[in-house]
Design a protein around this ligand. Structure first.
Ligand SMILES: NC(=O)c1ccc[n+]([C@@H]2O[C@H](COP(=O)([O-])OP(=O)(O)OC[C@H]3O[C@@H](n4cnc5c(N)ncnc54)[C@H](OP(=O)(O)O)[C@@H]3O)[C@@H](O)[C@H]2O)c1
Length: 214
């Protein structure tokens, strides 16, 4: 299968990329800088997911029809009430919400998505309105809640595909920090199994396949 992943140079995206390559899959990854390794089944393209022009160019360079698109790139700008800034809000929205939505829309417009394609928006439990008690970042939670709405709307529109949000767990990455209980490899392993077994659309799941409340 052909998988497309954004933010593949570190963290969860890197772990997903390594595991999928070891499973014999073909990948096109979108990164702002470069990948730490090369592989015959890995095509590396540049993308800044906060920029629609960059997204359009990225999609135009994807050569093979897409079986699985993983919107993984994300930012966590730690701002809390009452210190939230316009800058923090807008950058969070651009990377965490607009980027994933535009990447799906552009892939659709350019005819890159296969019938039956699986579209995975890497969201967060911090974007769940139903289970909100607090947050480490107001812009992050708001942008991931909006991403979940994008998942629902795209699932309604793309009836011949699967569109879901997945919470990867609390993962030891630059974003998750050293206290996180899960290794990127454990999260990636779970996410890949959930994607392979996916048989429903318009749902919010965690990396074990458990349904989460919106
Ligand atoms: N770690 C957790 O505990 C946790 C929990 C819930 C959800 N998540 C979600 O999981 C996903 C991956 O998180 P992570 O923990 O692996 O984070 P990470 O280690 O901070 O990596 C973030 C990735 O996103 C890329 N990125 C950020 N802004 C970008 C942009 N404008 N254009 C292109 N790429 C961009 C980064 O690229 P650069 O290297 O160029 O910056 C990097 O590859 C995110 O969507 C995050 O919100 C993580």
């Amino acid at each position: 299968m052909h998988w497309v992943i954004t933010g593949a140079n570190r963290g969860i995206g890197l772990a997903l990329t390594k595991q999928l390559l070891s499973q014999g899959e073909r990948l096109t990854v979108g990164v702002r800088t470069s990948m730490p390794f090369e592989h015959e089944n890995l095509k590396v393209l540049k993308v800044d997911t906060s920029n629609p022009v960059s997204i359009e160019e990225f999609v135009s360079q994807i050569e093979e029809p897409i079986d699985v698109l993983i919107n993984n790139a994300g930012v966590l700008i730690e701002e809390k009430f009452p210190e939230v800034t316009e800058e923090g809000m807008l950058l969070s929205f651009k990377v965490n919400t607009m980027g994933p939505y535009m990447l799906v829309q552009e892939s659709y417009k350019q005819g890159k998505l296969k019938a039956g394609a699986k579209i995975i928006n890497i969201s967060s439990i911090l974007g769940s309105i139903a289970s909100t008690g607090g947050t480490t970042s107001i812009p992050y939670s708001i942008s991931k809640a909006a991403l979940n709405m994008a998942t629902k709307l795209l699932a309604h529109r793309l009836k011949n595909m699967y569109v879901v949000s997945i919470h990867p767990g609390w993962v030891k990455t630059d974003m998750g920090g050293p206290e996180a209980p899960l290794l990127p490899e454990e999260s990636a392993d779970g996410i890949i199994k959930v994607i392979r077994n996916l048989n429903q659309s318009g749902v919010f799941l965690d990396y074990t396949g458990k349904i989460l409340p919106w």
